[in-house]
Design a protein around this ligand. Structure first.
Ligand code: ATP
Length: 421
């Protein structure tokens, strides 16, 4: 974790939030490379969950909603973590995370657990009297449910179908920590999939999405041996869940959830008084919901951890090329030879519109390779003296260190083929 935390900061993936004012616990800023990694994760998710399917449509609901939504959804009442407080230093901890009944900070004795609501309060309105209390959304899910009727009425979806959404959520977490793992502001990528209310259908759909989601992480390069499912026990299930399984990653701080597959039954649609009319079959019912709820920040962190490798003094981030911030880096062999630099700039400009491309002309070529390996750039293109004669360049592969000689006019196709786009 120390190595990833330092690399993330040094190379512009993740910075502590509000750092020049001493930071702000639980909030993080993504730097120039971090935003690329996150965008790439989101793009791949959207491609597989929306564009790849006939039965899923997208949505982007507001972060702030009428407080009645949160009352109806049960979050005001039940979105709580049981907390214990140290009688000596008054620090609070999640009851389920304290192992020996002693304060993890000072060893003092602890109070009995008390419930603490995770919703972040916010006040909307300009005048004191007109101000209305509501909440920043604690999960992005409710925006989908409150728009269920809108989506059914304005599109051609028919049960079974899904609504996908990506967006920020906020929780007043007690113990933020492990870099972005437990943040107070984070991003979720979720699918709510609506099925007929019948146990067989729900079970089949649950199993389908469990496998689909696990395979998605593996297809993007996460090692199978670092992944597992963990079924929730009865007592740990969220207030809406009939059944829940987590996808967990073997993090340096232990097996940790980063996506949940939940069978929410008709809990939410019923609470919002929503139902579905099947015109063809002439029946009306409240669909059941199977949800896949992933965290983008936790996924990004685990993709980074999984990709991190050391080879003597060289660090390589073996990110899947689709996730890597830069796809290609372009260098002139020597920075002080004008014709090499000019030709390399031409290659850089040629590729720039199609891929996110890095430029580096500092230090020697070995150092530039190392610097790109460390941020996961899959291919480096070097313009050398031979380029000036025959218009070919060397393409060096991050993982094999093998070099190909490729004509400049074939470079775009070469990378497009490699990326499968
Ligand atoms: P935990 O038990 O770790 O608090 P949870 O079971 O409350 O997580 P869910 O409500 O199922 O989490 O949320 C779905 C996903 O949203 C999680 O798997 C995770 O990836 C992400 N997520 C939830 N809380 C946070 C957080 N505080 N920081 C970052 N990501 C989060």
């Amino acid at each position: 974790m120390e190595k990833i935390t330092s690399l993330a900061k040094r190379r512009g993936f993740i910075y502590p939030g509000s750092e020049i004012y001493g930071g702000f616990a639980g909030f993080w800023d993504y730097g120039p490379l971090g935003i690329e990694l996150k965008n790439n994760i989101k793009r791949e998710w959207w491609k597989s969950m929306v564009y790849g399917r006939e039965d899923v449509v997208g949505l982007d609901a507001a972060i702030i909603m009428n407080p009645k939504v949160w009352e109806a959804s049960g979050h005001v009442e039940a979105f709580t973590d049981p907390l214990v407080e140290c009688k000596k230093c008054h620090h609070r901890f999640r009851a389920d995370k304290v192992e020996d009944g002693k304060c993890p900070d000072c060893g003092g004795s602890l109070t009995e657990p008390k419930k603490f609501n995770l919703l972040t309060e916010v006040y909307v309105g300009t005048t004191e009297e007109g101000k209305k209390k509501t909440y920043l959304r604690g999960e992005i899910t409710q925006g989908v449910f409150v728009n269920f009727r809108n989506v059914v009425d304005s599109t051609r979806v028919k049960v079974p179908f899904g609504i996908a959404q990506i967006g920020k959520a906020f929780r007043n977490e007690i113990t933020a920590g492990n870099l972005t793992f437990r943040s107070r502001e984070f991003e979720q990528m979720e699918l709510e999939y609506f099925v007929e209310p019948n146990e067989k259908e729900a079970e089949k759909t649950f199993e389908f999405w469990k496998d689909t989601r696990m395979n998605w992480y593996v297809s993007l390069g996460m090692s199978k041996e670092n992944l597992r499912f963990r079924d929730h026990e009865e007592k740990e299930k969220a207030h809406y869940a009939r059944k829940a399984t987590d996808i967990e990653y073997k993090a340096p701080f232990g097996w940790s959830e980063f996506e949940g597959i939940h069978h929410r039954g008709d809990y939410d649609l019923s609470n919002h008084n929503l139902s579905y009319k099947d015109e063809e079959a002439g029946k009306e019912y409240t669909p059941w919901v199977i949800e896949t709820s992933g965290g983008i920040d936790r996924s990004a962190l685990f993709f980074l951890l999984d990709a991190y490798q050391e080879d003597k003094d060289r660090v390589i981030l073996k990110l899947d090329p689709r996730l890597a911030p830069f796809k290609v880096a372009v260098f002139p062999l020597l920075a002080n030879k004008e014709d090499l630099v000019r030709e390399a700039k031409r290659v850089y400009d040629l590729l720039r519109g199609k891929f996110y491309v890095a430029w580096d002309a500092r230090g020697n070529i070995g150092k530039r390779y190392f610097a790109q390996d460390e941020i996961g750039t899959p291919w480096c293109v070097t313009v050398d003296f031979q380029t000036l004669d025959d218009e070919t360049v060397t393409v060096r592969d991050r993982d094999t260190a093998k070099q190909d000689r490729v004509p400049i006019d074939k470079l775009s196709d070469y990378f497009q083929n490699k990326l499968g786009v």
